[in-house]
Design a binder for this molecule. Structure first.
Ligand SMILES: [Zn+2]
Length: 106
């Protein structure tokens, strides 16, 4: 029996295999640094900046927590070239699109 042809979204072609894996299964974070920071203008240490890197793709994540409540104050991501989809409008695909691209890539 022949399987039906699968349409692979061409927006995944610039993504590396690790990027497709992270898009399918989430990132594999490891903690890189923890730095006390000031989150106010007073200069008093009131926060903790935690930098994490993905051990699979090149994504970096920087979180800042309030050190009294441990509330997340900010989160920033930095991705490798090709991770983000540069289109007008739909910038995100369904997980099935990443899976199809990953498992049919030769
Ligand atoms: Zn990743």
């Amino acid at each position: 029996m022949k399987l039906p042809a699968i349409a692979i979204d061409d927006r995944t072609t610039v993504m590396t295999e690790p990027m497709l894996e992270c898009r399918m299964d989430n990132h594999q974070w490891r903690r890189l640094s923890e730095t006390p920071v000031s989150t106010t203008r007073s200069g008093v240490v009131t926060g903790l900046e935690v930098v994490r890197g993905c051990s699979r793709c090149e994504t970096m994540r920087t979180d800042v927590y309030n050190t009294k409540s441990y509330e997340l104050l900010s989160r920033k991501y930095k991705h490798g070239e090709g991770y983000l989809i540069k289109t007008n409008g739909a910038g995100k695909l369904h997980v099935e699109d990443y899976r199809a691209a990953f498992y049919t890539r030769t």
